[in-house]
Write a protein that binds this ligand. Structure first.
Ligand SMILES: [Zn+2]
Ligand SMILES: [Zn+2]
Length: 287
């Protein structure tokens, strides 16, 4: 029986996040399959010696995709049936009816899920320009770093990639709230790439696991910002060695295994101190 506890104390700050958690419960990962399984992805994963990371990435990516599709469907129904806010229940009814006709999820879950989807769809319309400006102006005086890459932010619009922008940790299009705890400052480069992604699993993992030749001259071109942001998010925007966050300074990448190339599963970000310490041994990131 599925555990319903999460509905009672979720705080409902990010309905989209709760939707995703429900999907994770409804469709549990097969990652724990019995030994000797002939699962193709598991075998591929073993071949890559990635400790289950590829299977996990594929699974989470599918769950994120499903959550995104459901929230988008709810937004569509909300736009279509709640143009007049005096009838707020109509789009909720439509979502409930969609779920009951198109899924085999039991009735209790259908009700809970439809309310969450409705809330996520409503939240999407609830913009908060004033709060964004407040965060921007406060940080302008104090100074700030990008929460993803850790570079110093500029508050001058002509600064290009380093210009500070208010980023939603849980994207508004994915049911994220316009509350301060869901907003952080990121550089324009990271913000543009992260956009409506939730976490590292949203990036195209096939691209990241494709092998790059060590010492390949095209490496810098391949190691583009999308690849970097996904790699930062994979590590929780922290130094892989000491856990120091991007708040303390820029994070740079190193390979875990120097005999392997710069692919997604073989790199981690490091703080300045650990980058200095390990880069002579492991061969630092080329700029
Ligand atoms: Zn950044
Ligand atoms: Zn460190």
């Amino acid at each position: 029986m599925t555990n319903l506890a999460l509905f009672e104390d979720d705080g409902s700050e990010n309905p989209g996040k709760v939707v995703r958690d429900i999907l994770l419960q409804l469709f549990p990962s097969q990652n724990e399959k019995a030994e000797g399984s002939s699962d193709f992805l598991r075998n591929l994963d073993d071949a890559l010696l990635a400790d289950g990371e590829l299977v996990k990435a594929v699974y989470n990516s599918v769950i994120n995709y499903a959550a995104r599709r459901l929230i988008k469907m709810a937004q569509h129904k909300h736009r279509k049936y709640s143009g007049d806010d005096s009838y707020p229940g109509e789009s909720l009814d439509r979502i409930r009816s969609f779920l009951s006709h198109n899924t085999t999820i039991d009735a209790t879950f259908q009700n809970k899920l439809s309310i969450l989807l409705y809330t996520a769809a409503k939240e999407h319309r609830n913009r908060s320009k004033a709060l964004k400006e407040q965060i921007f102006n406060r940080s302008k005086e104090l100074g700030a770093r990008c929460y993803i890459c850790g570079r110093d932010l500029s508050f001058d619009d002509s600064a290009g990639h380093l210009f500070a922008q208010v980023e939603h940790l849980w994207p508004v299009t994915m049911g994220g709230s316009n509350v301060e705890s869901n907003m952080k400052l990121a550089c324009r480069a990271c913000n543009n790439v992260k956009a409506s992604y939730v976490d590292a699993y949203d990036f195209h993992f096939e691209h990241f696991v494709s092998q790059l030749e060590e010492g390949d001259a095209s490496f810098n071109k391949e190691f583009n910002w999308e690849f970097k942001v996904a790699s930062y998010l994979k590590a929780g925007c922290q130094c892989a060695e000491c856990g120091k966050s991007s708040d303390d300074g820029e994070l740079k990448f190193l390979r875990l295994n120097t005999s392997d190339c710069w692919h997604y599963l073989n790199i981690q970000p490091y703080c300045h101190e650990h980058y200095q310490l390990f880069s002579s041994i492991r061969g630092g990131q080329t700029e």
